[in-house]
Design a protein around this ligand. Sequence first.
Ligand code: UDP
Ligand code: MG
Length: 319
Amino acid sequence: MKKISIVVPMYNEEAMVDSFLARIKQVIDPLTDYQFEIVAVNDGSRDATLALLISAQKKEPRLKVVNLARNFGHEPAVAAGLHVATGDAVIPIDADLQDPPEIIPEMIQKWQEGYFVVNARRASRKEDSMMKRWTAKKFYDYMQKLSGKIKVPANVGHYRLIDRKVVDEVNLLSETNRVFRVQVPYIGYKTTEVLFARAKREHGKSHYNYRSMFDLAINAIISSSIKPVYWGLKIAIGIGVITGVSSLTELVLFTINLVNSSLLNGINHPLWLLLNVLFFVTTILLFVLGIISIYVGKTFVEAQKRPFYIIEDVVEVQE
Ligand code: UDP
Ligand code: MG
């Protein structure tokens, strides 16, 4: 009998623990051809999440509780769950039921048809704000341009089914700066998708704000492309050409003595022009320096080779 692991990271999800488990049970209990385990990763919650999980084990012996030593974050929590999961296929899912468990049978179906990765893709972003929709679209467009041969599918988050082969490959990736939605397409394998409509969070509140969305976008780009480093060079060439042309023009104008003519006088005080050009160039330089600094910073983090999560204990019901 094939085994499927459901991996769910939980950070301060006391309001969701019971309803999440109930919804999951509804979906997996009828699937009697498969064995299931639910790997709940308590990511250093400061509320009753851990206690609720432990007590839920009495009624749900398939529930494994991975307790992290502190709050590490969404990505590391999923990574911890992937390492502990023993299934022939693994399905990471959010605890807030924004990812509908009802599509799990369809995902399993596609897996049985021979797909190694079954992405759950949001069919629409109607329920998001205009701003979030716009930033998400821009993000996926840029990702597509920057990531080259890695095809990062738009509107696919953590929720997907991945075969054991792919899980093992993801577990071998050693980077601290983990972005699961980039790692899976990096590895490859025959991939398909299942569409779904994303619901609103049932209880509790989102742990992502615009700042963490920005950080995620930066991490995703940095972890999949070094193209931004070349932007500096390209911008430098651009400025070089403009400066060359303008110096030449100035030289010509100067020689034919037009500089003092009524045409240019009074339109722009040369000092302001000079200041503007200086600010412009400085801005570009700082931008380029900023990009390089991000890469240097990330390189430092990777060079430290610290574990990206620490498991305090794994609590299982003994058969
Ligand atoms: N999460 C986590 N650690 C964190 C933040 C979030 O394990 O530091 C979990 C959270 O409990 C949830 C999932 O990651 O199961 C997604 O978080 P959230 O719903 O807040 O994100 P959003 O849906 O807003 O992107
Ligand atoms: Mg959510």
